[in-house]
Design a binder for this molecule. Structure first.
Ligand SMILES: [Ca+2]
Ligand SMILES: [Ca+2]
Ligand SMILES: [Ca+2]
Length: 332
């Protein structure tokens, strides 16, 4: 019996040690600082459905700290608290696409253990994405924190035990997510992600457990029976946001937008403020061969590009007066 207990204890110790990237600031961390130049945009809209301060004592009511506007725009440490199982849905000016490496990052307001830079007070959340605002798909999360000893609301966690859960990194350091991990799922276009949904992890190891993708109980500080209980959402930063090129070279306040960039199956040409006479769009390869010519007679014109090989293309816009603009667009 003694030997059995020893083996069990050893196993739990190893299991709790973890294998994922360490806390922000340590070698090998994947944290993305709020000031990183890789972030090109921030969430533009947010709706929140609060959870209970303590799901096991609903008489305390819902979490209440902050409001949804505090999750819009750049990370600044101001947050909206979700409460146990609370939900936030973020929207963006333009969709997120699956580019090289991580494509967006979620910011929470965790803080470091003053005695140990590898540990921190971390409140966690599941992250889900949608390309239609209806069907959401969750990043496969892992928690290797002990399932047997409850992390209390004054306890610290090791980031090395946590993967694909928002809140892994301390304040002003985003947890990265790579859309490439969710390719090939029916009903999801990873190159046109329009919504990110954050779902608070309750963290209780008994009663109301939240589970990771392998069915393990996720253990994070619980209970947190305060108005600021649960995941505290600061911001969502976009690394690979579909670009919109706005051309404002025309006299008379006419502007032309070319998007998305990169494009997968279509490029949109959108004209505001009047359509110049004789406006055309010529698609050229990077070496200058003309692929197609379209005349632009509507406010919105779709150039189908799915049949062209992936690569860089020029879109040459020209009007009857000889005004000419060239935009470079990637076809993925
Ligand atoms: Ca990616
Ligand atoms: Ca929690
Ligand atoms: Ca904020």
């Amino acid at each position: 019996m003694k030997a059995f207990c020893f083996i069990l204890f050893s196993f739990l110790t190893v299991g709790a040690y973890g294998q994922y990237a360490p806390q922000a600031g340590l070698p090998g961390s994947t944290a993305i600082n709020a000031s990183s130049t890789s972030i090109v945009g921030w969430a533009a809209g947010c709706t929140v459905s609060r959870g209970y301060m303590d799901i096991a004592d609903q008489s305390l009511g819902l979490a209440a700290a902050g409001d949804s506007t505090l999750a819009i725009g750049y990370a600044d440490g101001s947050v909206v608290s979700l409460g146990d199982s609370g939900v936030a849905i973020l929207t963006f000016d333009h969709p997120i696409y699956n580019g090289e490496g991580p494509d967006f990052a979620v910011f929470e307001n965790g803080f470091r253990d003053p005695a140990d830079s590898a540990h921190a007070f971390l409140e966690l959340a599941f992250v889900e994405i949608s390309s239609d605002g209806v069907n959401y798909f969750r990043f496969p999360a892992t928690s290797l924190t002990s399932e047997n000893v409850q992390i209390g609301n004054g306890d610290y966690l090791a980031a090395t035990s946590i993967n694909n859960l928002a809140g892994k990194y301390v304040s002003m350091n985003g947890t990265p997510f790579d859309l490439g991990e969710l390719t090939g799922i029916s009903g999801l276009d990873v190159n046109n992600v329009t919504h990110v949904r954050i779902v608070d992890v309750i963290g209780a190891i008994s009663g109301h457990p939240s589970r990771d993708s392998a069915g393990r109980v996720i253990n994070d500080p619980y209970p947190t029976p305060f108005p600021s209980g649960g995941f505290d959402l600061d911001a969502v930063g976009l690394i690979n946001e579909v670009g919109v090129t706005e051309v404002k070279a025309l006299p008379g306040g006419v502007s032309v937008s070319v998007f998305p960039n990169p494009a997968t199956d279509r490029i949109m040409i959108s004209v505001a403020g009047g359509i110049p006479a004789g406006l055309s769009a010529t698609v050229k390869t990077i070496s200058g061969s003309v692929v197609a010519v379209y005349s632009i007679t509507e406010k919105s014109t779709v150039l189908p590009v799915a049949q062209y090989p992936a690569g860089m293309y020029y879109i040459v816009l020209q009007d009857a007066k000889g005004n000419k603009w060239v935009e470079k667009v990637a076809r993925r």
